[in-house]
Ligand binder design. Structure first.
Ligand SMILES: C[S@@+](CC[C@H](N)C(=O)[O-])C[C@H]1O[C@@H](n2cnc3c(N)ncnc32)[C@H](O)[C@@H]1O
Length: 277
């Protein structure tokens, strides 16, 4: 069953909001624990609300955000509201962006870092999260002045859900994170996609990016988890390489509308859902 009570806090490239029904329809009926190694905006987790879940992402600031919300949603709210109460203009935007980048450089993973991440997501161009070669956030201002960055009820509901269930929040590379998966567990992989063209740059979520080697490593891990008896589902673009990497599994093509793409012609595309059950 899908829950509509909570929504992602951040707009996130590759967010699964519009595909939730299809994703959930294709999940196994029963399983032990839920694993999501590339949690991103967490649209799937929040719709599914599993009671025993392990979530993960390599983005340290994103994981800090979930940890802070689990610890104290009210504190996060307080900090975001303080940011919202200041008049926003170009100068303010770049001042807050610099503060966030200072936190990245000093590795300060605290409540202020979480609040700045939410605020920037609502005030930056297209709600993108993109970093430069040094790992610093470099998305420009969206020129909006009076934006409310959070929905209090939503943040509180997410905080309660994370606290009252067994939700373990990790910040590792996906392969290391999956060492904990056992027979009967369910893993949903929503990695950065294999690009359809070399111009698709919005998969550079981290300064490390996600290379072709990573895609091969992921396919190998998929087979390994299949062998140990886990149930595994994976989303990706409908491209030839995906059929080669996941040969032998169920590969189901689906039509999608793309939210983040500068080129209007590329706003429609085909993806696949791959399952081993
Ligand atoms: C397509 S997004 C996930 C979107 C998510 N399903 C949603 O609904 O928002 C992919 C995520 O993978 C993360 N990522 C990239 N490389 C990774 C790695 N090696 N290990 C774990 N996470 C990684 C990125 O930080 C990004 O958040």
């Amino acid at each position: 069953m899908i829950n509509n009570k909570m929504a992602p806090i951040l707009k996130w490239a590759g967010g699964k909001g519009q595909l939730i029904d299809l994703i959930v329809e294709n999940m196994p009926r029963t399983y032990n624990r839920y694993f999501e190694p590339f949690i991103g905006g967490s649209a799937v987790l929040l719709a599914l609300m599993p009671k025993n879940a392990y979530i993960n992402d390599i983005n340290k600031q994103l994981i800090n955000l979930y940890k802070q919300i689990k610890k104290s949603p009210n504190k996060v709210l307080e900090y975001v509201e303080n940011l919202d109460n200041e008049l926003c203009n170009k100068e303010k935007y770049y001042e807050n962006r610099d503060r966030f980048n200072e936190k990245i450089l000093k590795k300060e993973l605290d409540v202020e870092c979480a609040a700045l991440m939410i605020w920037l997501n609502k005030h930056c161009f297209n709600g993108l999260y993109r970093v430069n070669g040094k790992g610093l956030f470099n998305v420009p201002y969206n020129n909006k002045k009076n934006v409310k960055s959070v929905d209090e009820k939503n943040i509180s509901a997410i905080g309660t859900y994370l606290k009252e269930n067994n939700i373990e929040i990790c910040c590792k590379d996906f392969e290391e994170f999956c060492e904990n998966v056992k027979k009967g567990d369910f893993v949903y992989f929503d990695s950065p996609y294999i690009s359809e063209s070399d111009t698709a740059k919005f998969t550079d979520y981290t300064k490390e990016g996600f290379s072709m080697e990573d895609h091969k490593r992921l396919a190998k891990l998929y087979r390994k988890l299949d062998k140990i008896g886990a149930k595994v589902m994976l989303s990706n673009n409908d491209v030839k390489l995906v059929y080669e990497l996941y040969k032998g599994y169920n590969i189901k093509p689906i039509e999608v509308k793309r939210m983040i793409n500068r080129n209007a012609l590329k706003r429609f595309g085909r993806e696949v859902i791959i399952t081993n059950y």
